[in-house]
Design a protein around this ligand. Structure first.
Ligand SMILES: *[C@@H]1O[C@H](CO)[C@@H](O)[C@H](O)[C@H]1NC(C)=O
Ligand SMILES: *[C@@H]1O[C@H](CO)[C@@H](O)[C@H](O)[C@H]1NC(C)=O
Ligand SMILES: *[C@@H]1O[C@H](CO)[C@@H](O)[C@H](O)[C@H]1NC(C)=O
Length: 227
């Protein structure tokens, strides 16, 4: 199954730890409304699983690595996990704003990169987020996961797992935007890693033999005994 227990635990522990350190749980809650200019990106993504990345364009590493978001987007889309909204909110600082286009050039048109207004409230603060955090919302805009480092590193499977969970499961309860198709999609992806066939009875190993040298003879003898 794609929901490995260890992974799930890691995800749960992280999001709970975060919530506790903030004094109140933001899990399964909608975030405060935030704007980029006149735009309300969360409202525009309503009805879709939404992945919000808080990235700082000033870091050379981030600029190199951000194209992995496109890779993940394509990978999941090929598996049928479509209609997911991905977006990046750049850091509000002056230097990051200055480097904004570098970040933007690194991702495809499918992933908007939002430049914060210096005069408006800092979106990262509104979301209780830090650099390199990813926030994953369900179709009703409720926070399912808030992943920070090291879990948000896209080389690791956590992000992908968390998106799958937000897409396939109802961690924050039902949402009327969920389409029927997801059962089929999620069944399919669930089965890809899992051997579904039971091993045929003949491949069940013999019980350990006391003397391996006599193994063949012993088995031959036993088969005769059954005839
Ligand atoms: C994706 O969006 C299209 C168009 O709104 C819709 O017909 C389709 O059912 C959606 N699929 C999923 C898996 O959300
Ligand atoms: C959620 O949806 C499932 C399947 O449609 C339904 O069986 C269940 O009763 C719903 N739960 C709530 C709390 O509405
Ligand atoms: C998904 O899997 C469950 C259990 O394996 C099965 O009952 C259900 O019919 C499957 N749904 C689809 C759409 O294939």
């Amino acid at each position: 199954m794609w929901t490995g227990l260890g992974l799930l635990l890691a995800l749960c522990v992280l999001s709970r730890g975060r919530a506790e350190s903030q004094g109140k749980s933001t899990r399964c809650k909608e975030p405060p409304t935030w704007y980029i200019g006149e735009e309300n990106p969360m409202l525009e993504s309503r009805g879709k699983v939404t992945v919000v990345a808080l990235l700082q364009a000033s870091s050379f590493y981030i600029i190199l690595y951000v194209s992995r978001m496109d890779d993940l987007h394509l990978k999941l889309e090929n598996e049928g996990l479509v209609n997911i909204s991905y977006m990046i909110v750049n850091h509000q600082g002056e230097y990051s704003q200055h480097k904004h286009n570098l970040l933007k050039q690194r991702v495809s048109e499918f992933i908007p990169v939002y430049k914060q207004d210096m005069e408006k409230p800092n979106v990262w603060n509104l979301l209780n987020g830090n650099k390199d955090d990813f926030l994953i919302y369900d179709r009703c805009g409720r926070l399912v996961y808030h992943l920070g480092l090291p879990y948000s590193v896209l080389h690791f499977p956590y992000m992908e797992e968390a998106i799958r969970i937000a897409f396939c499961e109802t961690r924050c309860g039902n949402c009327s935007f969920t389409v029927k198709d997801i059962n089929e999609i999620c069944n399919r992806t669930e089965n890809t890693d899992e051997p579904v066939e039971e091993p045929p009875p003949t491949s069940v190993p013999d019980p350990p033999q006391q003397n391996p040298q006599h193994h063949g003879a012993h088995r031959h003898h036993r088969q005769h005994g059954h005839q």
